[in-house]
Design a protein around this ligand. Structure first.
Ligand code: KE4
Length: 424
């Protein structure tokens, strides 16, 4: 059955034919792809067409699709049961691996998604400080929790959704939004609300307005200002945990956060999130403390063994330099093609994640990210898809490489990029 027919069936049964908005290709046009299988750096649609994959399921698959060790771990665990509803051996193993890898995390609580991690961390920060305001940065996306769908990035930005339909203004007004990388604006909001601000939540490297890097001093300023006012820093590492280094962005960029949110790579492609941080804060979480958070499938053994297998292989390989080298080869090649065609562009890259913006402006926050020519991005996306390259179907997202992407994959991808750009 063709993608189109399948998608029509999907659309009749699920809003937009998808289980998550960005998968509907609304921002880029063209026929959404229905996936049949994937392995390593490749993914196949229902029509048997093969793509080199730089979407990589939005970040979890740093070892590539269907890594044998991860698949084997899940298969073996499945024989022993899919869910117990009580603490299982593997949760203890993974909790130890997380605490050992991220010094700012002394205790951790597993949940089933990044959204659950961030919404729980916000509740914990409010419960611990007794304060109600939350500060986030424009264009950052922290999942679809009510308090965080205010001027969010990712799918909210991509679809141009105002960000708060269904979220009462009484809730939305407790979220204060400032531009990313704008220390002055952050200082102003603290001068006005400081004593009532529970926390600042930040993507230490933004991935949801496209990749945007923190300017020197930005993360330090967040730490200093929050400390001065007694507010907590929540570092949202759902994308960056184990992506940029074993200790995530905070290992590279320091600034010991009070709480850290994790997901994606943590579960190796299975549903898993976590939040953790300083023991004196985490001990406020039920049943130890009064801040309630729960979940039937939290710490699920299948997800946890997938995470353990992923991190064990990742730590054994320590592939970060090689991932950076291959990624920079790809971004340099894309830059050459676009320059040769006289197409204005900016490529923001760190480690194995990057975004191509079609603008001649430096992109350092959401406003400058929005100067990208999104109509051109849509044509670029569709042209790449025709050539057999899958990238995120949205401008305000990150492309990802994995240890399964080879030198040949990058060379082939660059040939396909050249053909795709020629037909723009
Ligand atoms: P999930 O609930 O989607 O597992 O995680 C939410 C989340 C939290 N924090 C950050 C920094 C995130 O990037 C995300 C989710 N990322 C999006 C894409 N950038 C997931 C893709 C989607 O929404 O379908």
């Amino acid at each position: 059955m063709k993608n189109r027919e399948l998608f029509e069936k999907a659309r009749a049964l699920m809003p937009g034919g998808v289980s998550s908005p960005v998968r509907a290709f609304k921002a880029v046009g063209g026929e959404p792809v229905v996936v049949a299988s994937a392995r390593g750096s490749r993914i196949w649609d229902a029509e048997g067409r093969e793509y080199i994959d730089f979407l990589m399921s939005w970040g979890p698959l740093i070892l590539g699709h269907a890594h044998p060790q991860v698949v084997r771990a899940v298969q073996e665990q499945a024989q022993k049961g899919l869910s117990y509803g009580l603490t299982n051996l593997h949760e203890i193993t993974l909790a130890q691996m997380v605490v050992s890898a991220m010094p700012a995390v002394e205790m951790v609580r597993f949940v089933s998604s990044g959204t659950e991690a961030t919404m729980s961390a916000i509740r914990l920060a409010r419960g611990y400080t007794g304060r109600k305001y939350v500060v986030k940065f424009e264009g950052c996306y922290h999942g679809h929790g009510d308090s965080l769908l205010v001027s969010a990035g990712s799918g909210v930005a991509t679809l141009g959704i105002p960000g708060t339909p269904g979220v009462p203004e009484e809730v939305a007004k407790l979220t204060l939004v400032v531009p990313y990388n704008d220390v002055g604006a952050l200082k102003e909001v603290f001068e006005r609300y400081g004593e009532d601000i529970a926390c600042v939540i930040v993507e230490p490297v933004a991935g949801n307005m496209g990749v945007v890097l923190p300017k020197p001093g930005f993360l330090e300023a967040i730490r200093e200002i929050t400390r001065a006012y007694g507010a907590l820093v929540i570092c949202d590492e759902v994308i960056t945990n184990f992506r940029l280094s074993k200790g995530g962005a905070q290992e590279l960029l320091g600034r010991d956060p009070d709480l850290t949110c994790m997901g994606k790579i943590l579960g190796g492609g299975m549903p898993l999130g976590a939040y953790g941080g300083r023991r004196e804060i985490m001990e406020k979480v039920a049943p130890e403390g009064p801040v309630y958070q729960a979940g039937t499938l939290s710490g699920n053994p299948l997800s946890v063994v997938a995470g353990i297998a992923t991190l064990e292989e990742l730590f054994r390989l320590n592939p970060y330099q090689e991932l950076q080298r291959l990624t920079q080869k790809l971004t340099a090649g894309i830059g050459e093609v676009l320059s040769r065609k006289g197409i204005p562009h900016r490529i923001n890259q760190i480690g194995s994640m990057f975004t191509v913006f079609f603008t001649d402006r430096e992109v350092y926050d959401y406003e400058t990210a929005k100067t990208s020519d999104r109509e051109l991005f849509g044509r670029f996306f569709r042209s790449l898809l025709r050539e057999g390259v899958l990238i995120p179907p949205a401008q305000f997202e990150a492309w990802f490489l994995s240890t399964a992407h080879t030198e040949e994959d990058i060379d082939t991808a660059l040939e396909r990029v050249d053909r795709a750009v020629s037909s723009l």
